[in-house]
Write a protein of this length. Structure first.
Lengths: 116, 110
């Protein structure tokens, strides 16, 4: 069964360092997302990506964050200068559908980011 | 402001003991309401989509229902493998992103 894969599964970094989280969405999916979940809190939307550009982003997704689809398979989230409050589980998700189907997301297992 | 509130935060059941989880929502025009299951340390797994009041969806021991203000996830004769956190999310007509609730952590004891 096709799945969304994320690497690394866990990354520990020092405050101020750059981090890149990688995702391989399901191959025939067209819509890509990053969500995050701080320990014990809600899953929060960061950004959606379609047709090689950002289609929507939340207030969390400030200038420190960027996304890229460098080739036909990978989808990356970069945090330029990490802060303590960026510590969270970051989930990549993809969807094949537009319109009504875009809430039916396939999530990866997540990348846990710990900022010290 | 669009928001989702789930109750209870945690629910402990004996195997076979049926119950319901609640999801109350406020949204400026509902495109869809979604239920996900999340196991510890894993990403959410899609269960159901509901689009309009009165709609129901079923899958094995789970049944999701929707009204204009809330959704219920009914669990009939649960088994220990149903133990997980169940997340409710809404999608507004004006946006594509999902707004999640905090979830209900369900524990089913044998």
């Amino acid at each position: 069964e096709p799945e969304v894969t994320q690497t690394p599964s866990h990354q520990v970094t020092q405050m101020g360092q750059e981090v890149i989280l990688r995702c391989v969405p399901i191959s025939n999916h067209l819509y890509f997302y990053w969500y995050r979940q701080i320990l014990g809190q809600k899953v929060e939307f960061l950004v959606s990506f379609y047709n090689n550009e950002i289609s929507e982003k939340s207030e969390i997704f400030d200038d420190q964050f960027s996304v890229e689809r460098p080739d036909g398979s990978n989808f990356t989230l970069k945090i330029r200068s990490t802060k303590l409050e960026d510590s969270a589980m970051y989930f990549c998700a993809s969807s094949p559908s537009s319109g009504r189907g875009t809430g039916e997301l396939f999530f990866g297992e997540g990348s846990r980011l710990t900022v010290l | 402001e669009d928001q989702v509130t789930q109750s209870p935060e945690a629910l402990r059941l004996q195997e076979g003991e049926s119950s319901s989880l609640n999801c109350s929502y406020t949204v400026s025009g509902l495109r869809g309401l979604f239920w996900y299951r999340q196991d510890p340390g894993k990403g959410p797994e899609f269960l159901f989509t509901l689009y309009s009041a009165g709609e129901e969806k079923e899958k094995e021991r789970l049944k999701a229902t929707l009204t204009k203000k809330e959704s219920f996830l009914h669990i009939t004769a649960p088994k220990p493998e149903d133990s997980a956190t169940y997340l409710c999310a809404v999608q507004a007509l004006s946006q594509g992103n999902l707004i999640f609730g905090k979830g209900t952590k369900l524990s089913v004891k044998p």
